[in-house]
Structures are given as structure tokens and as C-alpha cells.
Design a protein around this ligand. Structure first.
Ligand SMILES: *Cc1c(COP(=O)(O)O)cnc(C)c1O
Length: 427
């Protein structure tokens, strides 16, 4: 497979953009390869500027559950843009999108639209601090909540009480208010509450962790977490930026029948255009400006073109039963892989839920960040190299998911299984 044009384009990109990219994982650093540069995408396929075709399992890290370039979404975006790009005033479409989300998420009584998942989480955190008049936030090691300062913190080697910024540039003053617990370990949360009595504003969690690879919540963990948080006077935030409109129309909370105080959304609700949202209990949401004392604003918030893409995407998901289709595709992929790779069951773990999965190069179980860290990343690196060479595009990191869409075909999946099998044998 010739990738000369991509190689040269990245060389040029590196002269004007740090690392040649606008988001770090795109630089393929952890797999030591030169990245592909994309020309276009359609359905389950993505094409680079050298004309190579790949079956896509990145799916823009989540938004493209309908596959790329869905005709209905294109029409909706085109129609909206013909009416102007943004106005600095409210449109009816924003209210329609808010209605669609609140219908599917009973816990979201009121919602505010923003421009990214990062912004949704950042604003939700501020809101919970304002509402509770407390400063501290509990997050879980290995969970990603965007790149706002308070969220770029994870504990150093299991030391739960001493928070260490994991990004340079995050002040100590901020990171000391972010406490880090272990996923699937309710005792670690109890300890943090004990040591910080009356100080914790909120606990934020990915109800299914999808940013350290897929890690599922153990039975009862999320319910216990909600109860524990409420007993301690805190609020619970579900970060459903990936899981919203993917695990079910009502996200992970719909699938597990749980009710967080605040929910953060992004990715699918913009259908591939920049959007984010946070919402929840009315009494909390009314703490936001202009009604309440917590300030939050945005020139491009509720942008009509992004909103149009979101509405068209959600309606198409409903109409197509896209979630069921994507789930069936993932189920077929996982079942086939488990069958074909059974000789390697001592070296591999496939974590899977709905249309998300991760192949870890580690013996089962993978239930928390510590387990994830034991995965053999050298093997992953070789694995990724074999896949991309054969026309399979997955995230260039062990710590991401494979995303299935409703339009991946049996043919795509059969081909993928063959290539994965060959790759595993080879490495
Ligand atoms: C992607 C993601 C974010 C950040 O969203 P951006 O749109 O990239 O800012 C936040 N939380 C989770 C769970 C995510 O997967």
C-alpha cells in the first residue's frame, strides 16, 4: 500500500501544526508510523489522499453511528446553511434538538447546548460547584472527560490522595481539587468521601469507560456510586459523550435504568459536526445564567448547522433502528473473533458492549486502569501496523474503542476477522 502523498502532507503539516495534527492521537505516535491523511469517507469506508480504501472502525471516535456521509444528514446541513450560518439569537431548531434529547433522557429536564464534549464537562463541573457550594470533584483513573484543566488529573501509581497533574500547565491549585478513584472500586470512592467530608461537589464518571479501551462497570457499581454520592451530599455526573445515543437512545443510563443528576453529551448528537450538551435536574440547571449565578455562554452555542446535523442524525437513528443494527454488527464481529482467536484466549481479552469493543493484549480480566496498563502495547503496535497495511483503520492506540456503525456490512466484518486473525498469528 503506497502512502507517499500522506507522508508528504504530514511533513508539510508538521511545519505549521504541532505534531502535524489538531488532536494528538491523530499523530500515530504510539504506533510509530506516519499517519494517513484523509480525503473523504462514505458509509463504513474511509479513503486517504493516496486513494487507499479502509474499513473504518474509528468512526471519528464515535459520532458516525450512521456511517459516513449519510444523505439525510447532508441534506439537513445543506438546507440549514442556506438560511444563514449563525445568528447570536435563538432558533426553533435548538428547541427541537433539546426536545429530542430530553424525551430520550428522562433525567435531563433541562439542557444547554455547547460546542464540544470538553466544554460540556467543564461547564457541568462549574455548575455542580456553584450549586453545592463545594470545590472538590471525584473522577476515576483512566476516564477521560475532555481537556479542561480540572479533568486533566489522574493519580500517580495508585496514590489516591495525592493528585498529580497529568498535563503540564495545569496548576497545583486546580489539580488538588480533583480527587481520583479506581474504576469498579466503590471502597476507593468511600475513602475519598471520608477524607473530604462535606467538600465534594460531584462525582463524574463514564458509565461505561471507553477512553482506556472499553471497561464495563461491574454489576451494582454505578447504582452504589449514585447512592454513595447522594448520601454525602454530592451530585453525580454521567459523562455520556460516547455512550449517549449509542448504548441506547437514552444512553448508558437508559440501558442500565439509572438516573444521574447531570449528563454530558457530545459526539453523536452533532452527527459529526462540533457540538456538546449538558443537562439534568431542573433545579440545578436553573442555577445557570441568565437565571442563576453560574456563568456560562457561547457565541456559537446552538449553531444552526450543527443543530440541524444533530436533529437529522437522531431522527435517522430512530427511523433506521441504527443502534440495534450497530449492536448486531459488533456482536457478529466479536462472536467471529472469539471463535477464530480461541487459541489465543490466554493472551487476549475482548471487552464488548453494544457497538463498542476493545481487543486488549492481556489475559482476562480487564476491569480497571491497572488491568488496562498491563496490556502489551508492543504487541498492539505491531497489530495496528498489520491492520492498517491491509486496509483496516482502527484507533492508533490500545486505549481506544473500535466503533461499529449501522452500515458496516457482513462482508466488511468477515474481511476484518480474516485480517485480524492473520495479524494475530503473525505477531
Ligand atoms: C470525546 C469525549 C469527551 C470530549 O469531547 P470533545 O468533543 O473531544 O471535547 C469527553 N468525555 C468523553 C467520555 C469523551 O469520549
Amino acid at each position: 500500500m503506497n502512502r507517499n502523498k500522506s507522508f508528504n502532507a504530514i511533513k508539510l503539516a508538521e511545519t505549521v501544526m504541532p505534531g502535524g495534527v489538531n488532536s494528538p492521537v491523530r499523530a500515530f505516535k504510539s504506533v510509530g508510523l506516519s499517519p494517513i491523511v484523509i480525503k473523504r469517507a462514505e458509509g463504513s469506508k474511509i479513503f486517504d489522499i493516496d486513494g487507499n480504501e479502509y474499513i473504518d472502525y474509528v468512526m471519528s471516535y464515535g459520532p458516525m453511528i450512521l456511517g459516513h456521509s449519510d444523505k439525510r444528514v447532508i441534506k439537513s446541513i445543506t438546507d440549514a446553511s442556506a438560511n444563514g450560518f449563525c445568528f447570536g439569537a435563538t432558533t426553533e431548531a435548538e428547541v427541537e434538538l433539546a426536545g429530542l434529547v430530553t424525551t430520550h433522557f428522562p433525567s435531563i429536564e433541562m439542557i444547554r447546548l455547547v460546542n464540544s464534549g470538553t466544554e460540556a464537562v467543564m461547564s457541568a463541573i462549574r455548575l455542580t460547584r456553584g450549586f453545592t457550594k463545594r470545590d472538590k470533584i471525584i473522577k476515576f483513573e483512566g476516564c477521560y472527560h475532555g481537556h479542561s484543566d480540572s479533568m486533566l488529573v489522574k493519580a500517580g501509581s495508585g496514590a489516591l490522595t495525592t493528585s498529580v497533574p497529568s498535563s503540564s500547565g495545569v496548576t497545583e491549585c486546580l489539580s488538588k481539587d480533583t480527587l481520583v478513584a479506581n474504576y469498579n472500586d466503590i471502597e476507593s470512592v468511600k475513602n475519598l468521601f471520608l477524607k473530604n467530608k462535606g467538600k465534594v461537589a460531584a462525582v463524574i464518571i463514564e458509565p461505561v469507560a471507553a477512553n482506556m479501551g472499553i471497561v464495563l462497570p461491574e454489576k451494582g457499581f454505578l447504582k452504589d456510586l449514585i447512592d454513595l454520592t447522594h448520601e454525602n451530599g454530592g451530585l453525580i455526573i454521567f459523562d455520556e459523550v460516547i455512550t449517549g445515543f449509542r448504548l441506547s437512545l437514552g444512553g448508558a443510563q437508559g440501558l442500565f435504568n439509572l438516573k444521574p443528576d447531570i449528563t454530558c453529551l457530545g459526539k453523536i448528537i452533532g452527527g459529526g459536526l462540533p457540538i456538546g450538551a449538558f443537562g439534568g435536574r431542573k433545579d440545578i440547571m436553573e442555577y445557570l445564567s441568565p437565571l442563576g449565578p453560574v456563568y456560562q455562554a457561547g457565541t456559537l452555542s446552538g449553531n444552526p448547522i450543527c443543530v440541524a446535523a444533530g436533529i437529522a442524525t437522531i431522527k435517522a437513528i430512530e427511523k433506521d433502528n441504527a443502534i440495534d443494527k450497530a449492536n448486531k454488527n459488533a456482536e457478529y464481529l466479536v462472536t467471529s473473533l472469539k471463535e477464530e482467536l480461541k487459541y489465543y484466549s490466554d493472551e487476549l481479552t475482548i471487552n464488548h458492549i453494544s457497538s463498542l469493543l476493545t481487543i486488549f493484549f492481556k489475559k482476562s480480566p480487564v476491569n480497571n486502569f491497572n488491568d488496562v496498563m498491563q496490556s502489551d502495547t508492543a504487541k498492539f503496535k505491531n497489530f495496528f501496523g498489520e491492520l492498517i497495511k491491509e486496509g483496516i483503520f482502527t484507533a492508533p492506540s490500545q486505549y481506544e474503542a473500535l466503533f461499529l456503525s449501522s452500515v458496516h456490512t457482513k462482508e466488511d466484518i468477515n474481511k476484518t476477522v480474516e485480517i485480524i486473525k492473520k495479524a494475530i498469528k503473525k505477531i
